[in-house]
Design a protein around this ligand. Structure first.
Ligand code: NAD
Ligand code: ZN
Ligand code: ZN
Length: 362
């Protein structure tokens, strides 16, 4: 058993609390990882807001981490102690019908099909003050050590700087893949990206890499526009600057709406605005933001009947267990810039300050 620090969410709506936790050794098929760095994704904030009804408290959030294998359980063959790894959020068993489908990145044996709060054997590896602490997405990267099923861990290049490639655990592949894999953005096309956080900026990088001619970036926080422009946005607009709905503004700017639109915020109203912003017939709208729990969205069915496609994406559609090591190699070859996604560096003791910065749009 390892004693280490972790940021524990004891209850809904409460700030995280830094605790000493006990981390049990990995069981068969599991890996214990020393987490070196982790990003904060808005999904971690969504847990504290109660957007994931299946998450049980107390829980250790965090799912955008990078670290070093400390020890392995019986039967683990793909990694060994000392290997650098990134937890992949969505496991890949390699055997279920979805894993065998080259177009799917969802595994039927993942935590979204089973319990999200315990490991596959239905127990947890964390305890604190005599209480069982739950896992999040089988990652829980807000702990200095965590235990993860082997099939949810990707081995990466030993030269990778863990304090940077941690954002390859979620933000970058999600946004980049939403453009490349889910929307399949074509060269010369027009795109609209709603929400310019870490994930939305990564969507812009994906649209740019795919050769989009026009990229309209939308956010209520104008401080986000400089980075969006640096990454390839051609127009930056705030809905607060217009009297009419933003979808009408975008339709007028482009004639008939964009070819591809992306909602990267997680609000019902921007999901509908984003759908209505792509062109009525061949437009594709991708829902990247996590939908508000228990809320239904009502739309005019003509929006879809006329031909539009509305789809979602889980982590950008990549089969990350194979793909992440390639993404890390591309980063080491300077094929894309992750530094732009890193705004602050904080010690684990200041994790709540990190959430304040995220929520303040900083
Ligand atoms: P973030 O908080 O860093 O960024 C959100 C941005 O949206 C901010 O810049 C904010 O100013 C802007 N915004 C808020 N309300 C707005 C409005 N009404 N109109 C326009 N802009 C508005 O968040 P993030 O970490 O980039 O995550 C974005 C979303 O993506 C979250 O819902 C997150 O849970 C989700 N997500 C989904 C996946 C997936 O697999 N689909 C993966 C990662 C994150
Ligand atoms: Zn995330
Ligand atoms: Zn599977």
């Amino acid at each position: 058993v390892i004693k280490c620090r972790a940021a524990v969410a004891w209850a809904l709506g409460k700030p995280l609390s830094l605790e000493e936790v006990e981390v049990a050794p990995p069981k068969a098929g599991e890996v214990r990882i020393k987490i070196v760095a982790t990003g904060i994704c808005h999904t971690d904030e969504h847990i504290l807001e109660g957007l994931f009804p299946n998450v049980e408290f107390p829980v250790i959030p965090g799912h955008e981490g990078a670290g070093i294998v400390e020890s392995i359980g019986e039967g683990v063959t793909s990694v060994k102690p000392g290997d650098k790894v990134i937890p992949i959020c969505l496991p890949h068993c390699g055997e279920c019908s979805f894993c065998l489908n080259p177009e799917s990145n969802y595994c039927l044996k993942c935590h979204l099909s089973e319990s999200q709060s315990v490991l596959p054997d239905k127990t947890t590896r964390f305890t604190c003050k005599g209480k069982q602490i739950h896992h999040f997405l089988w990652v829980s990267s807000f702990a200095e050590y965590t235990v993860i099923p082997e099939n949810a861990v990707a081995k990466i290049d030993a030269a990778a700087p863990l304090d940077k490639v941690c954002v390859l655990g979620c933000a970058f592949p999600t946004g980049y893949g939403a453009a490349i894999n889910t929307a399949k953005v074509k060269a010369g096309s027009s795109c609209a990206v709603f929400g310019l956080g870490g994930v939305g900026l990564s969507v812009i990088m994906g649209c740019k890499a795919a050769g989009a001619a026009r990229i309209i970036a939308i956010d209520i926080n104008k401080d986000k526009f400089a980075k969006a422009r640096e990454l390839g946005a051609t127009d930056c607009i705030s809905p607060h600057d217009f009297k009419k709905p933003i979808q009408e503004v975008i339709t007028e700017m482009t004639g008939h709406g964009v070819d591809y639109s992306f909602e990267v915020i997680g609000l019902a109203e921007t999901m509908v605005a984003s759908l209505a912003s792509c062109n009525m017939n061949t437009g594709v709208c991708v829902m990247v933001g996590v939908p508000p729990a228990g809320k239904e969205i009502s739309i005019d069915p003509m929006l879809v009947f006329s031909g539009r496609t509305w789809k979602g994406t889980l982590l950008g559609g990549w089969k990350n267990r194979d793909f992440l090591s390639k993404l890390v190699s591309s980063y080491l070859e300077k094929k894309f810039n992750l530094d732009v996604l890193i705004t602050h560096r904080l010690p684990i003791a200041k994790v709540n300050e990190g959430f304040e910065l995220l929520c303040a749009g900083k």
